[in-house]
Design a protein around this ligand. Structure first.
Ligand code: 6PG
Length: 246
């Protein structure tokens, strides 16, 4: 794993730099393989990044060859304010010339959560043609992630049994008590760690303690700090603002 830690004054500078790197990766992927497969993060942190990609950087993204997925989704309807799809659709996907067929939403509100997870795993298998790729599973060119104040990422929460998953790429999870919405669909560590690159965006003072543990302590990656277990064979790149410890 190659690791880079980029530090910025604020969320604006962080987002602009991350957007530049997303554009570079997208252009390189499309020229190399004809497409760019990216898994988006939920939460609030990536909002400005998405606005930049749909705004001042819109013409620099090869949208017609971009395939968008999600790292996790809450089990709510797509128009629900808590939906990760809704935020990305409103600020980015509804404003760019991406083919609708290239938007691979997690249909987390349909049927039982376990079935929704299996259905999304099928979506990934079809897209990455796992059936034809033998043992090694092709994966995302880029996964965008955030980090919660206690170190969760996607919907992989501390001490969750989902962190022990070694085969499935998509699982249904129950968030810890008090975390809303309670039921989610999430990519697992095998899925995240198979990506060519993972960008982790961290902003805000409430993230400082967890981030310091990930970046500065000698403790091995463990289930008490899920984001530390994201160790792709390719690149792990941090985008951190001053408030979070940058
Ligand atoms: C989610 C995200 C989650 C998020 C962190 C940080 O569905 O909530 O996948 O992992 O990235 O909770 O959230 P903020 O960006 O809102 O701080």
């Amino acid at each position: 794993m190659n690791e880079r830690v980029n530090r910025f004054e604020d969320i604006g500078a962080l987002s602009k730099a991350a957007a530049e790197d997303v554009v570079s990766l997208a252009q390189a992927s499309v020229s190399e393989s004809g497409r760019f497969s990216i898994a988006l993060s939920g939460g609030h942190t990536p909002r400005r990044l998405y606005e930049i990609l749909a705004g001042e950087f819109e013409s620099r993204m090869p949208w017609r060859s971009v395939h968008v997925f999600w790292g996790d989704e809450r089990c709510v309807p797509p128009k629900d304010p808590e939906s990760n799809f809704r935020m990305a659709w409103e600020v980015m996907l509804s404003r760019v010339p991406i083919p609708q067929a290239n938007i691979h939403r997690i249909q987390a509100e349909k049927g039982l959560p376990g079935a929704a997870a299996e259905s999304y795993e099928e979506t990934l298998s079809d897209h990455f043609r796992w059936g034809l790729s033998g043992r090694t599973r092709r994966s995302f060119d880029l996964v965008l992630l955030g980090m919660g104040a206690e170190g969760h990422t996607a919907s992989l929460f501390p001490e969750s049994s989902a962190l022990e998953e070694t085969e499935r790429w998509v699982v249904a999870v129950k968030a810890p008590d008090g975390v809303f919405p309670p039921v989610r669909i999430s990519l697992t560590l095998p899925a995240l760690n198979a990506a060519d690159s993972v960008f982790i965006l961290v902003s805000g003072a409430e993230k400082r303690a967890a981030l310091q543990r990930v970046l500065e302590s000698e403790e091995p990656a463990g289930a008490d700090l899920p984001v530390s277990m994201v160790r792709p064979s390719g690149n792990r790149v941090w985008y951190i603002d001053r408030a979070a410890g940058g």
